[in-house]
Write a new protein. Structure first.
Length: 125
């Protein structure tokens, strides 16, 4: 299988992944940009990826959007398929996020992944 260069370029320099639908992203933008005056520049040309069949044979699909928030690039992802295999998503994030989007923990690289409620965690060192 050839590397997905479009995806690699899109995810370059990402510091963390946040599970958030479009409404949750809007709420985060409102809080960070409008209330806290944090810079927020969104890449409006998102990507969509079919991760393939999960454990039950049904496809899991993700919508991907990046934004540079306070100088740090963040990936927002939303599972858009009617069936969602979170184990498959975890594996996909581990295999596709750049090293900048995680850290070593007990000798194993772990992606910095959270949800909208814990958005601030992607900025911790």
């Amino acid at each position: 299988m050839e590397p997905d260069t479009e995806l690699q370029e899109y995810l370059k320099d990402v510091v963390g992944a946040v599970e958030a639908n479009s409404f949750e992203q809007l709420c985060l933008w409102r809080e960070c940009h409008q209330e806290l005056n944090e810079s927020w520049v969104e890449n409006r040309s998102g990507l969509w990826r079919n991760l393939g069949p999960g454990t039950t044979g049904r496809d899991t699909c993700l919508s991907l959007i990046t934004a540079v928030v306070g100088g740090k690039k963040v990936l927002f992802w939303d599972a858009t398929s009617s069936f969602v295999d979170h184990t498959l998503i975890d594996l996909w994030l581990r295999n596709n996020l750049p090293r900048s989007a995680g850290r070593e923990r007990d000798g194993v690289w772990v992606p910095s992944r959270t949800n909208a409620m814990n958005f601030h965690n992607v900025f911790r060192g």
